[in-house]
Design a protein around this ligand. Structure first.
Ligand SMILES: Cc1ncc(COP(=O)(O)O)c(C=O)c1O
Length: 421
């Protein structure tokens, strides 16, 4: 959540989060609409009039209210599954504003994507190219397609979220792309409209992103000389955020680098940002349920939230800032901040210096707006927690900024509703 500017504003924010925790219960996620709008405006403004489309990557956070908020800002959508395509429709995106990506699209999914007339189906392989062509011919249409190229560029991100190396499963090697574009142009059921590249997520340096952009621009130039004219270059998502305060790429600088690389081609630049739009706009509130320490052993702070509510630390060893909502007096000491799940990987932080807390205190985990709630699950029959959206006058130093529950807490009955004994 964006930092507040004065101590009064921060006291009000503390009071507001404390009210939310009391009414919505913990654990819960809290998003700040203003922070999402600001992040969107920064990216959009940096294009400085150059033809572009921002396709919000729904995978980062596909709660209906968040997707609707981004849609109202003028965003387009990047869907990574048929479910996300449907969410995009429900939130008001038109078919020609949606790109559909996915490394393994089933026959049913391809059939449906073709029938919807999306802006582009991002093609992952020669086999998929065939299957889309066949389904389009069967439906009597030409499917708009973009080829996802794999430029073999190291994003220098966590290996689990790097996608642009030869060794990754995504896309087709960029050297194969010209032949595949020629093939697509010759197919009755296909209309190649773009090239797509996405080399990973949480990328914190500009160089790999710029190189990937330059690679697709060079590809488009070569294709043009062969008579294959594209309409857009989809540079994917991936821009990182600073979870721990260390420097990351400035979003405006990133956009300017993409525009600089593309300008000569005159083609529309599409981007698929997720994390950078919504990540810093969300916090997770949880309550301390136990504090324990035995002589000569670690001190554990046990929360009512864990890997079921935030997978990133367990999945990627990811760092999130964690602070008590109200700080008590006393020295910081090293602690493990852990969840209640019966898995040793269920820890948000290890050996982290932390001020004193008591059972019942509220703890704030920062930067959970992206890949937080969406990756939540119900292991141990833990119902999904609520999500809250704060929206209102952020400049005001009153409590006028209002909030509402955008997803209520799941009940155990709802969780079990699909099952029979
Ligand atoms: C194809 C595609 N586009 C966009 C994104 C969004 O990435 P990020 O949230 O890092 O911007 C992802 C996520 O990895 C993705 O797989």
């Amino acid at each position: 959540m964006a930092p507040t500017t004065s101590s009064t504003a921060s006291e009000l924010r503390t009071q507001q989060l404390s009210d939310i925790a009391a009414s919505a219960g913990t654990p819960c996620y809290v998003y700040d609409a203003g922070a999402i709008r600001d992040a969107y405006a920064t990216l959009d403004g940096a294009f400085d009039g150059y033809p572009h489309a921002i396709h919000y990557a729904l995978k980062a956070n596909s709660s209906l209210a968040i997707v609707k908020l981004v849609q109202r800002l003028g965003s387009h959508a990047d869907a990574n599954s048929p479910g996300e395509v449907d969410v995009a429709f429900r939130c008001g995106f038109r078919p020609d504003q949606i790109v559909f990506t996915g490394v393994g699209k089933s026959a049913v999914e391809i059939d449906r994507a073709v029938s919807l007339g999306l802006l582009a189906i991002n093609v992952e392989s020669p086999g998929e190219l065939d299957r889309i062509d066949q389904r389009a011919i069967a439906q009597g249409v030409r499917a708009r397609v973009a080829l996802r190229v794999n430029p073999d560029i190291d994003a220098n991100s966590h290996p689990h979220i790097s996608t642009g190396l030869k060794s990754n499963k995504f896309g087709v090697p960029i050297d194969e792309a010209p032949a595949l574009f020629r093939e697509m142009s010759s197919r009755r059921g296909l209309q190649p409209v773009g090239a797509h590249v996405h080399i990973g997520s949480q990328i914190t340096t500009l160089d790999p992103l710029r190189k990937a952009a330059e690679a697709v621009v060079a590809l488009a130039r070569d294709l043009k000389s062969e008579g294959v004219e594209l309409q857009h270059l989809d540079m994917g998502g991936g821009l990182g955020i600073s979870y721990d305060g260390s420097p990351v790429v400035n979003p405006s600088e990133y956009v300017r680098a993409l525009v600089a690389a593309t300008r000569g081609s005159g083609l529309t630049v599409a981007i698929e940002p997720g994390r950078v739009l919504v990540g810093p706009a969300g916090v997770q509130l949880s309550r301390v349920v136990d504090v324990k320490q035995f002589p000569g052993a670690k001190r554990f702070i046990v929360l009512d939230a864990g890997m079921t509510e935030l997978m990133r630390p367990a999945l990627y060893n990811a760092f999130h800032r964690i602070t008590p909502l109200v700080r008590r007096d006393g020295h910081e000491v090293p602690v493990d901040i852990v969840g209640p799940i019966c898995e040793s990987t269920d820890a948000y932080a290890r050996d982290r210096n932390f001020p004193p807390v008591d059972v019942g205190d509220i703890v704030v985990v920062s930067d959970v707006g992206a890949y937080g709630a969406v990756m939540g699950h119900t292991y141990l029959r833990r119902p999904l927690p609520p999500e809250v959206l704060i929206d209102g006058d952020r400049a005001s130093t009153s409590l006028r900024a209002s909030w509402r529950i955008i997803r209520r807490r799941q009940t155990l009955d709802e969780l079990l509703a699909l099952e029979t004994e």
